[in-house]
Design a protein around this ligand. Structure first.
Ligand code: PTJ
Length: 263
């Protein structure tokens, strides 16, 4: 479908088209389209911008990734469809390994996503020949690589489900999530929950990686002083403030309409 550039929701419609195309190509699952809708709804509430607390979490994520010995970026269908280039750029900047890890896993989907990431510039993508399992997970998401997710000390898990976040945290890993839903189990269980849209979050984290790389003492200070509960509280307060402001604007408009002379 051709979408006119002048459409007020052009970017959002293009994103939907991209996901639908990826669904037809067998990269995204149907459930991924539903998950995107939920993310979109939250992004509306955030004003489709990175909030100040999200930026703090993104800087902290960068500090954790730089401090890691074995950082891994996990990729699922939605992330590959929306942000393959951003994932590859971040992996190179850290540097970190990339592993495809799917909830609705089939070998052909993994292969397609590996191909997509390789086309986006990734040198190596794990996921095709898993040789380990994440303990305590029944789903196929448990399948992983010893040299990747299994052995990682810091993992970045965008658009995640809560189960794996909990399981990875139980293994003693620092888990960085990217999820627009601040109420999700993922956001509440991650070591560093980043409540932001994945295509804004990954480049922001990349920028902080470059900024902090030359200053390990500052990166260590950020890791030490990060207050995850306080940061999530700030996200909730921001949402509350946004909703309050929208409510006030509506009321003001209604009053103006009532007071304006009729024509
Ligand atoms: O590709 P697979 O098989 O691994 O499956 C991927 C999905 C996304 C279907 C699977 O991980 C899933 O069911 O995820 P959930 O439990 O629906 O969680 C996805 C979360 O991502 C939701 O809380 C959404 O709000 C959030 N989300 C959706 N789109 C975005 C997002 N967060 C950031 N950026 C987005 N673009």
């Amino acid at each position: 479908m051709s979408i006119p550039k002048s459409h007020p929701r052009y970017r959002s419609l293009i994103t939907r088209e991209k996901l639908v195309r990826a669904w037809k190509e067998g990269i995204v699952v149907s459930e991924g389209l539903i998950a995107h809708g939920r993310g979109e709804a939250f992004d509306y509430l955030f004003g489709e911008e990175t909030s100040a607390p999200a930026l703090v979490a993104e800087k902290t994520a960068a500090a954790f990734l730089l401090g890691a010995s074995r950082p891994v970026l996990s990729v699922n269908g939605n992330v590959a469809a929306l942000a393959a280039e951003e994932v590859v750029a971040l992996a190179k900047a850290i540097p970190a390994r990339i592993e495809v890890n799917l909830f609705h896993r089939t070998e052909s989907r993994v292969r397609r996503i590996v191909r997509l990431l390789t086309k986006a510039g990734a040198k190596e993508v794990l996921g095709l020949r898993p040789d380990a399992r994440i303990p305590g997970l029944e789903s196929k998401r448990a399948l992983c690589h010893r040299g990747g997710l299994y052995g990682a000390d810091v993992v970045l898990v965008p658009l995640e489900d809560g189960d794996r976040t909990e399981a990875l945290a139980r293994m003693g890993k620092a888990v960085i999530s990217v999820d627009l839903n601040p109420l999700s189990r993922t956001s509440r269980r991650a070591t560093v929950p980043v409540v932001d849209e994945v295509r804004r979050a990954l480049p922001n984290i990349g920028r902080f990686v470059r900024e902090l790389r030359g200053n390990p003492a500052e990166a260590a200070r950020i890791r030490r002083t990060y207050d995850r509960k306080g940061n999530l509280r700030a996200v909730y307060s921001f949402l509350n403030w946004r909703l309050g402001r929208l409510g006030r604007r509506r009321r003001r408009r209604a009053v103006t309409r009532r007071d304006s002379p009729s024509t």
